[in-house]
Ligand binder design. Structure first.
Ligand SMILES: Nc1ncnc2c1ncn2[C@@H]1O[C@H](COP(=O)(O)OP(=O)(O)O)[C@@H](O)[C@H]1O
Ligand SMILES: [Mg+2]
Length: 262
């Protein structure tokens, strides 16, 4: 990868070094080393059960490795859980919106927790809803929004605290193809505009090809089978995409086709 000036000036935003994790004697993460550079979008692609969410939980600090090290912005995320508050944001497969709060009230919550004034939190939340094309839906409750719109609110909520690092755990996986493609395009544009460092985990090849600068294909237990890089120009080249898709599908192996038909 060619390093930009910004990347050269920063240490890796996320670093896993020789990480092992087992649950009840079953190895789930096996000697995994990953560096995510400042401003880089990295996709971890693997089948269900490959250990992707476990990796994200290690980065979040909600799990600790059995051996090896995990660093986020230079800190151990488990020991510095509070220190990383506001620097690390996460969005999940389900939107996890609070049903009794409107869209804008969901987005501003993290800002209020970080001690911003009500006025500032509201203005920031509204600007993020506009960036995800939901400016008109600010006062709607989750049950009044489509699945795609709820996921947009969830992404706005993650981005609103202006985190250094954004983690996405299958954030696009429950949406139909058309909806998820539009959302991926918008997320990618925003991540680039604000130079966000992103580690996303997914079982869908399209998620990786649409957004990632670098794709790491995991086998189970989570160990890198294939690594490839992709420029924005390359991701628009349909022939190249088809070839990469096949290469990735072969690395994922097995019967279960990793891209859903829906
Ligand atoms: N807290 C846990 N306790 C025991 N086993 C777990 C726990 N979390 C995950 N696992 C197991 O680890 C494996 C990987 O899970 P996970 O990281 O959720 O995979 P993925 O997100 O790739 O689907 C699975 O076999 C799962 O059952
Ligand atoms: Mg998972």
């Amino acid at each position: 990868m060619i390093k930009s000036a910004a990347q050269a000036a920063h240490p890796p935003s996320v670093r896993l070094h020789q990480v092992y994790k087992a649950f009840g004697g079953k190895t789930v993460v096996d000697d995994l080393s990953i560096d995510v550079a400042h401003g880089e979008i990295v996709a971890l692609l693997g089948r269900t059960g490959a250990g992707k969410s476990t990796v994200l939980n290690l980065v979040l600090g909600t799990l600790t490795p059995d051996s090896g090290t995990v660093r986020v912005a230079g800190l151990d995320p488990n020991a510095n859980f509070l220190g990383l508050r506001g620097k690390l944001a996460v969005s999940f497969q389900t939107d996890r919106l609070l049903p009794w709060r409107t869209a804008v009230e969901n987005v501003e919550l993290g800002l209020l927790i970080l001690g911003r004034s009500k006025e500032e939190a509201r203005a920031t939340a509204l600007s993020w809803l506009e960036r995800v094309k939901l400016g008109d839906a600010a006062d709607k409750y989750a049950h009044e929004l489509s699945g795609g719109m709820r996921q947009r609110v969830s992404l706005a909520r993650a981005l609103a605290v202006d985190p250094e690092i954004v983690l996405l755990d299958e954030s696009f996986s429950q949406l139909d193809h058309v909806t998820s493609r539009a959302l991926r395009a918008d997320f990618h544009r925003i991540a680039r505009e604000f130079s966000k460092t992103c580690l996303l985990v997914t079982h869908r090849i399209e998620d990786a090809l649409d957004m990632a600068d670098r794709v790491l294909v995991l086998g189970a237990p989570a160990r890198i089978q294939l690594e490839l890089t992709l420029t924005d120009g390359q991701r628009r080249d349909e022939q190249l995409r088809a070839r990469l898709h096949d290469e990735i599908a072969a690395a994922l192996g097995g019967e279960e086709h990793p891209t859903d038909p829906g």
